[in-house]
Design a protein around this ligand. Structure first.
Ligand code: FRU
Length: 493
């Protein structure tokens, strides 16, 4: 083990002890210490889920990128393991960027990641060279392969950029063969996803460009994932530099899925539908795992590059993962539900049925910052539909965050402007939800510093971090017009 990795392991163990548990999310994985971005190496290995992540132990901003490592039985209670990878070789001295994991034929755990090293280019410019590397281990310690990097500029298609060549996502086919998809861009800096194959996970061969952006969704495509789901094939990507498209896609770093079919013989992906993955503020670079019981489970980084400016350097950790979500396809569209294991953490139920109200409403026992609450809303009067419904939470005299639905405008809005943020980052986002009769179902999951809203049984999700003082724990409702509502609420314990 290198000195750089040994130092990181010593440092994280020491520093973690200084952090109070209540200053963290409870059931969302957060940076052990320092900085966290993308989920990496999400896999089921030796009877447990393993999740690695982009990690700078030494500061709560992006920097010297290692791979942190966490392990869980239920995807909600995580144990932090020692850091798995450090930037300690020539080919990865400027960072061990994102990647993935699978189990090898002999039972060892294979990690594939992007090694970054800054090199002087012929035009006299220093640039990141990105290549793919592997490390093999036992679920705790990993050894980088002597033949690294195993995929580099020689393995790119004509015009493929060696500066933007990252984030391999591995999988194994039924016959045992290995495949991976990697993010890349062409001469025009337009995103494309490359496909590679291998017999043993070590010797890799370029197959083809699986799909090109053709200027539709942003520029460089980061963090691909590619898998079958409910008879369809899904490609997840996180494009940079997006332009907005209605309420579907927003400016900046976005995440989307392309749903279609895949012909394994000819390795041809045919697109049928595209859709945003999260309509909130903080979500990026999701990765999936196939659970033992066949569920396809996705976790994303519950932050976004465009809103990281909200971070305060005083906090010793920064970065959380989203709640793991079960994916499915209905009518050709992606649906997401909180993993069902969350129900094992439910406290006593609080239930209200057919509450009809106007203006502001508070309900006994409806409060808290670790909550799973489902609201079913409709207009009390079918002739005269209410104009606005809102639920406000993480609330006290000074602070609040809200979700509001305006049936006449077909918009659902998340607003954290009054959450205590002192930076001019994005605080609001809207999504398109059509129901002129005013019927909507909202499942809100609060965990200290975040909210995730699952709309209409997983048709949409909106995620946002809120670093509001934990003393702000009220929840209240608002109606402009007359609303009838059912509430089912659990504390998470
Ligand atoms: C996405 C990303 C990846 C890269 C990593 C670096 O958030 O930019 O493309 O591998 O972060 O930390």
């Amino acid at each position: 083990m290198s000195q750089i990795l040994r130092d990181a392991r010593k440092y994280e163990e020491l520093m973690e002890k200084k952090l109070a548990k209540q200053e963290r999310p409870e059931f969302h994985l957060s940076a052990r210490i320092g900085w966290m971005n993308d989920p990496n190496g999400f896999s089921f290995y030796k009877g447990k889920y393993h999740l690695f992540y982009q990690y700078n132990p030494y500061a709560s901003h992006w920097g010297s990128i290692h791979w942190a490592h966490a392990v869980s039985q239920d995807l909600l209670h995580w144990e932090q393991f020692p850091a798995a990878l450090a930037p300690d070789n020539d080919y990865d001295r400027d960072g061990c960027f994102s990647g993935s994991a699978v189990t090898m034929e002999d039972g060892r755990h294979l990690l594939m990641y992007t090694g970054v090293s800054k090199e002087m280019q012929p035009e006299g410019e220093m640039k990141d060279i990105q290549s793919q590397c592997i490390a093999i281990g036992d679920g705790i310690d990993y050894e980088k392969h002597p033949r690294n990097p195993i995929l580099h500029k020689e393995h790119l298609p004509e015009g493929g950029s060696p500066y933007d060549f990252r984030d391999p996502k591995l999988w194994r086919e039924e016959d045992g063969s290995f495949f991976c998809v990697i993010g890349n861009c062409d001469k025009e800096k337009d995103g494309q996803i490359l496909l590679y194959s291998s017999k043993d996970g070590i010797d890799w061969k370029y197959e083809k460009i699986l799909i090109k952006n053709h200027g539709r969704f942003g520029k460089m495509w980061e963090c691909p994932d590619f898998f079958s789901l409910d008879g369809k094939q899904v490609l997840l990507v996180s494009p940079q530099d997006m332009l907005p498209q209605g309420f579907e896609y927003h400016n900046g770093n976005g995440t989307l899925c392309l749903i279609g079919t895949y012909d394994k013989e000819t390795k041809t992906f045919t697109e049928e539908h595209n859709q945003a993955i999260d309509y909130g503020i903080d979500f990026y670079a999701p990765q999936t795992v196939l659970a033992k019981d066949g569920r396809r489970i996705m976790i994303g980084w519950m932050q976004n590059w465009d809103s990281c400016g909200g971070n305060s350097e005083e906090r010793a950790w920064f970065g959380q993962m989203s709640l793991p979500r079960e994916l499915s396809i209905k009518n050709g569209k992606l649906y997401q539900q909180p993993i069902r294991e969350l129900e094992n953490m439910h406290g006593t139920q609080v239930k209200y049925e057919n509450i009809t109200f106007t203006d502001i409403l508070k309900l006994d026992h409806i409060k808290g910052r670790k909550v799973d609450m489902e609201l079913s809303i409709h207009s009390a009067n079918t002739e005269n539909i209410y104009r606005k419904f809102a639920v406000r939470f993480a609330q006290n005299e000074k602070f609040q965050t809200s979700i509001s639905f305006r049936p006449y405008e077909s918009t659902l809005k998340i607003d954290r402007k009054f959450s205590g943020s002192r930076r001019a980052i994005i605080h609001q986002r809207r999504s398109f939800v059509k129901n002129e009769a005013g019927e909507i179902k909202l499942r809100l999951i609060l965990d200290h510093f975040s909210v995730e809203v699952f709309v209409n049984d997983g048709e949409q999700v909106l995620s946002a971090t809120i670093y509001t003082d934990l003393a702000a724990d009220n929840i209240s409702f608002f109606a402009d017009g007359i609303v009838t509502m059912n509430v089912v609420k659990y504390d998470i314990i």
